[in-house]
Each structure stands twice: as structure tokens, then as C-alpha cells.
Design a protein around this ligand. Structure first.
Ligand SMILES: [Zn+2]
Length: 351
């Protein structure tokens, strides 16, 4: 028999994840999602909440001891877009927020958020979208920011008419997540990294429900600028001696990661993670029989490295659920979410 961990409320995990996925939060426009996480954690009297000046959420949980405080992080910001130009047709040219290939958002529904709080619906399409008009160009056009545009669901045909809606350069645009839960799978955009935010919240809930304190005080940074590379550069309390970054594992050819396990990433584009902390996580996975893998991600950086680059003097390790088709139409499985949450619990309770 493996050692036991506090019971995870998987209904809560899925329900909260679904709400978070349905809350738009492209990098730079994350207040609604941060607020949702804050409200969800506010019911637990032990959790101390504070917002950083940068707009991230820091949730702190007092531990049985406080001589070696720990930090964990997951990010609530996602890929998205911003209005770069209102075209003479009244349609919108976008600039990308975060790193993704244009074909992964082509044809997607989207919402434009105006500066005065209005929301408009539309879709992001190739300029030359109709096969009946453009023939082979529909297939042959190279997908880039110049080749795609937002078609608003409004009767506009000039820049002036679009401007009259209150739409302007600089407005944030969120792509539809298209959340679907079926047969244990969770299919949605932006599981990176809302899946892991949900795992952290579910782990906090599990400990609180069980009346358990973490072995050491734990600080959870829900960061809000990860997709552009500097999310957790600030916001980790300086007394924290370790940082466990919790972010999706990359699934694909040559990878050990899959949608049914949590992965310990030992190296990515930023180089190796902290060996000592990684070894402790492997030991915990063995001890608690957590469904886990060890992997290397070829094109990947994490908020753990963002903190290291900013000068954070901590041990950093990275774990997370396997996510198929990352930065595309993503998918994972409840098995991976549970494994990640159990690993977080085990780390929090590790004496
Ligand atoms: Zn991520």
C-alpha cells in the first residue's frame, strides 16, 4: 500500500477548471481570472491573500514550521491577441500575445474587449477566406499577422463604423476556449496553465478540508505574465527557499509525457532544473505511487526560470500534467490532473 494523501474533490477540480477556462485572460488582461481564483480561495480562513503590484495573486498558507518556507507557482495568463490596426474594411488586424502559430487560431471565435468595458464577438479568419472567391490562395497563403483578420459580428464596413463601436488599437482579444469534458478528457484552449492553477487550488482545498497544514509555510503565486516570459520574475516572497513551478508537460513524438501522468521536467530550453529538489519530487512520486514521468521539453521555458533569471536564489523544479497539442487546441485527462494535484499535496506535506 502506498502512503495516503488528502482526498481530492475531483468534482470541484473539474468545475473550477471549467469556470477558469471560460474566464478570458490573455496576458495583460488577467484581472477577471485573478479575481476568480481569489474569490475561490477566500473561503478558506487559513489562506492569506494579497495582490502584487504587477497584478498577480499571492496566496499564503501557514505551515507547521516556517524555517524553510516554500513557494509554488502556476500562471493564469494565456495566449491571445491585441488590436493592432482597424482596417479600412472595418475588420481588425491583430498582434499576437504570446508564442503560437497562426494556424492554431485560424477560424476561432473571439471576443474584443474595449477600453470602456464593452465586449464584441467575432472570429479570426484568413483575409482571403472564401474558397469560392480566392480559390487556391485559401490553401497557399502563408499564415501570419498580415494574413488574418477579425471579422466582427457587427454591421460595419469601414474603419469609422468600427471605431464608433468603441473599438480601438490596443483592445485585448481573447480566443474562445471551447471547453469540453468527456470521458475523463478535458479539451480546451489554455489548459496551459489554467489546468495547473486548478491543481494548486484543489490541493489547497484538500489540505484545508482535511484540517492539515503544510509541513512548511507555502506561498502560491498565481502569476499573470508567464506567456511573455517574466511572470514570476517578481512576486515570490524573498524568504522562500524553493520554488515548485507547476506548468503543463509537453506531449508529442519522442516525449515520455502523456495525458494520463504528471511529469517532472528535468531540463528545458533554460537548461537543467535543480537536481536536489527534482530528486525529492521523484522520491515523493515513488512513496505515494503518483502516476508520473520524467521528461525534457525541447522548446519550453517556465516561470521557475523567469525567477532564476531575475535573480531568485531558490531551488527550482517543474512538474505538471501532460497536455496534448500545447499552444493549440489542447487536451489532457483527469488522471493527469489528479496526479499533479497529489504531487503538490505530497510536496506540501513533505517534512
Ligand atoms: Zn504555461
Amino acid at each position: 500500500m502506498s502512503a495516503s494523501l488528502p482526498v481530492i474533490d475531483t468534482y470541484f477540480l473539474q468545475e473550477f477548471l471549467t469556470r477558469l477556462l471560460n474566464t478570458p485572460s490573455p496576458t495583460g488582461f488577467t484581472a477577471l481570472a485573478v479575481e476568480l481564483v481569489e474569490q475561490t480561495l477566500a473561503v478558506y480562513p487559513d489562506v492569506v491573500l494579497r495582490r502584487t503590484r504587477k497584478g498577480a495573486l499571492l496566496a499564503s498558507l501557514p505551515g507547521a514550521a516556517n524555517d524553510h518556507p516554500r513557494a509554488l507557482t502556476a500562471h493564469v495568463d494565456t495566449l491571445g491577441g491585441m488590436v493592432k490596426e482597424i482596417k479600412s474594411s472595418g475588420r481588425l488586424k491583430l498582434t499576437k500575445i504570446g508564442g503560437y502559430a497562426m494556424n492554431t487560431v485560424e477560424g476561432e471565435g473571439c471576443t474584443v474587449f474595449t477600453a470602456d468595458g464593452r465586449r464584441y464577438r467575432g472570429s479570426y479568419l484568413l483575409n482571403k477566406a472564401s474558397s469560392h472567391v480566392y480559390g487556391a490562395a485559401v490553401n497557399e497563403t502563408k499564415r501570419d499577422e498580415d494574413a488574418l483578420e477579425v471579422r466582427l459580428d457587427e454591421r460595419v464596413s469601414s474603419a469609422a463604423e468600427t471605431q464608433a463601436l468603441g473599438i480601438a488599437v490596443g483592445d485585448f482579444v481573447a480566443f474562445d476556449p471551447r471547453v469540453e469534458l468527456a470521458n475523463g478528457f478535458v479539451r480546451s484552449r489554455h489548459l496551459d496553465d489554467k489546468a495547473c492553477v486548478a491543481c494548486l487550488v484543489a490541493a489547497i482545498k484538500a489540505l484545508q478540508d482535511a484540517g492539515l497544514k503544510p509541513a512548511q509555510s507555502a506561498h502560491f503565486l498565481v502569476s499573470n505574465y508567464e506567456e511573455v516570459g517574466h511572470g514570476a520574475a517578481v512576486g515570490i516572497p524573498p524568504e522562500a527557499e524553493e520554488l515548485l513551478a507547476v506548468d503543463m508537460a509537453a506531449v508529442g513524438d519522442g516525449q515520455t509525457s502523456d495525458e494520463y501522468h504528471a511529469t517532472l521536467c528535468v531540463k528545458d530550453s533554460g537548461g537543467p532544473y535543480h537536481h536536489g529538489l527534482s530528486q525529492r519530487l521523484r522520491k515523493l512520486a515513488d512513496e505515494y505511487q503518483i502516476a508520473s514521468k520524467v521528461d525534457i521539453y525541447p522548446y519550453y521555458g517556465s516561470d521557475g526560470e523567469a525567477y532564476w533569471r531575475a535573480g531568485g536564489d531558490v531551488a527550482v523544479a517543474l512538474i505538471g500534467p501532460g497536455v496534448d497539442a500545447s499552444h493549440n487546441y489542447e487536451r489532457t485527462h483527469l488522471a493527469a490532473l489528479e496526479a499533479t494535484t497529489r504531487w503538490v499535496e505530497a510536496y506540501l506535506l513533505e517534512a
